[in-house]
Design a protein around this ligand. Structure first.
Ligand SMILES: NC(=O)c1ccc[n+]([C@@H]2O[C@H](COP(=O)([O-])OP(=O)(O)OC[C@H]3O[C@@H](n4cnc5c(N)ncnc54)[C@H](O)[C@@H]3O)[C@@H](O)[C@H]2O)c1
Length: 266
């Protein structure tokens, strides 16, 4: 199990779903936790859950699209919690459908939160890691960053995050800083787009399972385990990778093969 004793991890968007699972996992692995979350109430709830479990955690209510607010949050964590060893860029937003239907404001918002917000956090944290010649970043991208699975603005931003991960890995390796991306497939959370789909069809996660070679969608903890590994010293020579944590979704088109190719051999 990765050992984060004596380390500080900052996670964005840890008030819900995957971010909360990542914060919990890293705390269980020994890290002190800083949370940047736009939803103040949910951020407080995660902090209290961690504290009740005996972990040290602080939260700052901030919007990652506000670069100055992110800088203040990061400076605050460095003085209260200590130097940031790991940044997890997890906060994200999408609720927009297809290229035809997306409103211009929605396009801008999705690029702003998902891509610019991630950059704001990197911009605040990287100079501090560089000065200490030590640190790691894990960016939460998506399988949408490498294939079409709907949500075009979100997907373009998630593709941008993968390229940004490579830029940071290339520029900061010599400064002792690693940067990797995790690409989840479908994860059972209550984010805005899943809420819409579950309202339409309460069985959506069960129905989706057939598209996954491993026969199920992910739980938030599946993603948290991968983040914990990539952010830890166990991954000390790994940088610049985009790791799918997708139950095999990107590996092949299993449904097409099962239904149209293997079947035709019968
Ligand atoms: N759930 C999935 O199926 C899935 C699949 C692939 C990738 N992901 C990625 O995993 C991450 C977490 O997803 P989730 O399903 O837990 O989403 P979620 O919506 O449940 O959680 C996202 C969190 O980010 C916070 N947030 C949103 N905008 C913010 C802003 N401007 N500033 C600060 N915080 C903000 C929200 O309040 C929320 O707590 C995201 O990066 C998402 O793109 C999720």
């Amino acid at each position: 199990m990765p050992d984060y004793s004596g380390k500080t991890a900052v996670i964005t968007g840890a008030g819900h779903g995957i971010g909360r699972a990542i914060a919990t996992r890293l705390a269980e692995d020994g890290a002190v936790i800083g949370i940047i979350e736009i939803d103040a109430e949910q951020g407080e709830e995660t902090k209290e859950l961690l504290r009740k479990a005996g972990h040290r955690a602080e939260v700052v209510a901030a919007d990652i699209t506000d670069a100055a607010a992110v800088e203040r949050a990061v400076a605050g964590f460095e003085s209260t919690l200590g130097p940031i060893d790991l940044l997890v860029n997890n906060a994200a937003f999408t609720d927009a459908g297809d290229i035809d239907g997306i409103a211009l404001d929605d396009w801008h918002k999705e690029i702003d939160v998902n891509l610019n917000g991630t950059y704001h956090c990197l911009r605040a944290v990287l100079p501090r890691m560089k000065a200490r010649h030590s640190g790691a970043v894990v960016n939460i991208s998506s399988v949408n960053g490498v294939r079409y699975f709907g949500n075009p603005a979100y997907s373009a931003a998630k593709a941008g995050i993968i390229n940004l991960t490579q830029s940071v890995a290339s520029e900061y390796g010599r400064h002792g800083v690693r940067c990797n991306a995790v690409l989840p497939g479908s994860v059972r959370t209550q984010n805005a787009s899943w809420e819409i789909r579950v309202r339409k069809d309460p069985d959506v996660f069960t129905k989706l399972a057939r598209w996954y070679p491993m026969g199920r969608v992910a739980e938030p903890e599946d993603i948290a385990k991968a983040v914990s590994f990539l952010g830890s010293d166990d991954a000390g020579y790994i940088t610049g990778v985009a790791l799918p944590v997708d139950g095999g979704l990107l590996a092949g088109m299993n449904v097409m093969i099962d239904e149209f190719i293997l079947e035709s051999k019968d």
